[in-house]
Design a protein around this ligand. Structure first.
Ligand SMILES: Cc1cc2nc3c(=O)[nH]c(=O)nc-3n(C[C@H](O)[C@H](O)[C@H](O)COP(=O)(O)O)c2cc1C
Length: 193
C-alpha cells in the first residue's frame, strides 16, 4: 500500500478482533511516530505502549467512544482494543509551544502506518486523564495528550462525500459506520477566499 492509498483508505476503527499485536509491530509504530515533524525539533513527545490485557482493561474504562452515535458505540467486551499507545508531551521542555501540534503529527504517522500494517486504530481525546495518569504512573511533568487504541479491525467503516457541514458520522441499517468528509471543491479556495 503506498502512502496516498494508506491516507485515503484509513478509517477510525472501534471494533477489534482479539488477536494480539506483536511488540515488534508496536515498536515499528513508535519508530514511525518519532520521525514526524516537530516544532523547533524539540521532540517532547513520548509514548507508553500498553499491551498487557489487564492494563488494557483498565485503560478501556477511561475512554469514551463515538460521541455522535446513540447509544454510544463502545466496543463490546469481545471487540475491545488489544493494545494502546498513550501519547505524552514533556511540559518541562523550554521554549516549547507546539506540543499539541507535534503530538498530532506523530499520532497521524501512527494511524497511517498502523493502517498500512493491517492494524486498525482510534485516536481518542475523550480520556479520563487523571485515571490514566494513575494507572500508568505518568509523572506530573508530562501532559497526557491522547490515547490511540489499536487492534486487528473487526469492522469496515465507509467514507461518504458531503458538500455541506452535515458531518456527523452515523450507523446505517446494516450497522456499518458512515463517515462524511467534505469534498475537495467545498473546502478549497484558489488564490483568494
Ligand atoms: C483530536 C481527536 C480526538 C478524537 N477523540 C475521539 C474519542 O474520544 N472517541 C472516539 O470514538 N473517536 C475519537 N476521534 C476519532 C474521530 O471521531 C474520527 O477521526 C472522525 O469521526 C472521522 O473518522 P475517520 O477517522 O474514519 O476519518 C478523535 C479524533 C481526533 C482527531
Amino acid at each position: 500500500m503506498d502512502a496516498i492509498e494508506a491516507i485515503k483508505s484509513r478509517r477510525t476503527i472501534r471494533r477489534f478482533k482479539q488477536t494480539r499485536i506483536e511488540r515488534a509491530k508496536l515498536l515499528e509504530l513508535i519508530d514511525c511516530a518519532r520521525r514526524s515533524p516537530a516544532g523547533g525539533n524539540f521532540q517532547a513527545i513520548e509514548y507508553v505502549i500498553v499491551d498487557e490485557p489487564q492494563i488494557c482493561k483498565r485503560i478501556f474504562a477511561c475512554l469514551a467512544w463515538a460521541g455522535h452515535v446513540r447509544p454510544r458505540r463502545n466496543p463490546a467486551p469481545h471487540q475491545e482494543p488489544t493494545a494502546y499507545i498513550v501519547v505524552l508531551a514533556d511540559n518541562e521542555i523550554k521554549k516549547y509551544e507546539s506540543a499539541a501540534a507535534d503530538a498530532a503529527a506523530a499520532i497521524e504517522n501512527i494511524l497511517i502506518a498502523a493502517h498500512a500494517m493491517g492494524i486498525g486504530s482510534c485516536w481518542l481525546g475523550s480520556v479520563n486523564r487523571d485515571e490514566v495518569r494513575n494507572i500508568l504512573q505518568v509523572p506530573d511533568n508530562f501532559t497526557i495528550d491522547s490515547v490511540i487504541a489499536l487492534g486487528v479491525p473487526d469492522e469496515s467503516p465507509v467514507m461518504d462525500d458531503c458538500s455541506d457541514h452535515n458531518t456527523k458520522y452515523r450507523l446505517d441499517e446494516n450497522d456499518v459506520l458512515h463517515v462524511p468528509k467534505r469534498t475537495v471543491e467545498s473546502i478549497t479556495h484558489f488564490n483568494s477566499f
